[in-house]
Design a protein around this ligand. Structure first.
Ligand SMILES: *[C@@H]1O[C@H](CO)[C@@H](O)[C@H](O)[C@H]1NC(C)=O
Ligand SMILES: *[C@@H]1O[C@H](CO)[C@@H](O)[C@H](O)[C@H]1NC(C)=O
Ligand SMILES: *[C@@H]1O[C@H](CO)[C@@H](O)[C@H](O)[C@H]1NC(C)=O
Length: 384
């Protein structure tokens, strides 16, 4: 797994004469709200960057905001990634043996609201005043936040402000507003030490974002409006951040082994574990320990499995594979890591269950889809 992520990180050169010009569109989000996207940078002047002490910590976030349909005049294609990142990813995925022509990632577009009848959110606006709960999202180790935009916008369309975080020097590449690309500083062969460090840096990033965007700490916490979810190491970071900060009222771990004390300490707020095929609390001791301690205390914890899925099913890669028509071009080993579910379906399922969980945990609704198996979603198994 780690080696795959690292090869995604390495830049290769790929010559291919054809250029893709036409836009390739991802399906628009399907929830009751329209969704706008803003990208912004936060600078933590209190902290030297833990991966590069020559400067302070700088983070780039995508912010997906729900808009009632009358607030959106027009939906249009919005680039899935900025140009420098797109060129980087064309080369990186080419290196994995996927024959993609230059321009592939640059051709990819989300379909979101591009003309809203309300002012753009100020990046530092106090979100505890927002009418929708805020969800922070932390990606898999070595992954860019951009590879989760389809799922993030689907969750936002169900009434959540979703912030996806790039953890600088951990993500394969982060593009800053001036076009600077910062590549990963993770070691080529991931060590346990690197995992521990990356998890700790992610937790510090999450707490910094909460401090910056929710200055009235107790106010936001009392209103119970902040949740965190993440994939892989990002899922572990979601639990670890909840362990140290009670402002976060609920969390979801998508297929990530737990890291640090939270695995044995558990939490006293609702938490959802959601594994790919074969990853569950009988195969992962950190999940067994976490779930056991939560259950003994009577805390809300549930465990799901997504059938026919693998570790990278929880990224946007299944839907990207389908819109590009790459299914037959993927090296089998890489295809297996994405799983066999249709990409659009994966986005629907993740959006439905993540929103149902936070509807229950943050909005005080009934358990809904989390109450038990649903005929509408036979791909989702409940594990005792
Ligand atoms: C650390 O940051 C400096 C200043 O931005 C940059 O020149 C240097 O390449 C960075 N080092 C690494 C290892 O990324
Ligand atoms: C990473 O691990 C592989 C396999 O164990 C080894 O062949 C390679 O030399 C290692 N690379 C580095 C930079 O340590
Ligand atoms: C957990 O995964 C293992 C390995 O695939 C599987 O054999 C087992 O049945 C799963 N456990 C449950 C409770 O589904």
């Amino acid at each position: 797994m780690s080696r795959l992520l690292i090869s995604i990180i390495s830049i290769g050169s790929l010559f291919c004469p054809t250029l893709i010009n036409a836009s390739v569109l991802l399906p628009p989000p399907t929830g009751p709200f329209s969704v706008s996207l803003d990208t912004f940078e936060l600078i933590d002047t209190s902290r030297p960057d833990p991966w590069n002490s020559t400067h302070t910590r700088r983070l780039i976030l995508s912010r997906f905001d729900p808009l009632s349909p009358h607030q959106c005049r027009r939906t249009c294609p919005i680039p899935y990634m900025p140009p420098g990142t797109a060129t980087f990813q064309d080369a990186a995925y080419g290196d994995l043996g996927i024959p993609i022509p230059p321009g592939t990632f640059g051709s990819l577009h989300l379909q979101l609201c591009c003309d809203a009848k309300k002012p753009k959110p100020h990046p530092h606006a106090d979100w505890s005043r927002s009418s929708h709960p805020v969800l922070l999202f932390s990606p898999g180790m070595g992954f860019s936040r951009l590879f989760y935009s389809a799922t993030a916008s689907q969750v936002a369309s169900q009434g959540y402000t979703v912030l996806t975080i790039d953890h600088t020097y951990d993500a394969d590449v982060v593009e800053f507003p001036d076009g600077t690309l910062v590549t990963s500083a993770l070691p080529v062969n991931i060590t346990e030490e690197a995992v521990q460090k990356a998890a700790a840096v992610r937790v510090a990033d999450v707490l910094f974002i909460l401090d910056t965007l929710s200055p009235h700490r107790s106010h936001a916490a009392k209103k119970g409006k902040v949740g965190v979810f993440g994939h892989s190491l990002g899922g572990a970071a979601a639990a670890a951040a909840m362990h140290v900060d009670k402002r976060i009222r609920a969390g979801v771990n998508l297929d990530g082994q737990m890291v640090g004390d939270v695995a044995t300490a558990g939490l006293e707020r609702p938490f959802l574990l959601w594994g790919a095929g074969g990853h569950n609390s009988s195969t992962d001791a950190t999940w067994a320990s976490f779930k056991g301690v939560m259950e003994r205390r009577g805390e809300w914890v549930k465990e799901l499995e997504l059938v026919d899925s693998a570790h990278l099913t929880f990224t946007d890669l299944p839907v990207l594979r389908d819109v590009f028509g790459f299914a037959d071009l993927l090296p089998p080993q890489f295809g297996a890591l994405i799983g066999s579910l249709k990409g659009e379906r994966v986005v629907q399922i993740l959006g439905a269950y993540v929103a149902a969980f936070f509807d229950f945990a943050l909005k005080g609704k009934r358990e809904g889809l989390l109450a038990g198996p649903s005929g509408a979603y036979p791909e989702v198994l409940f594990i005792d």
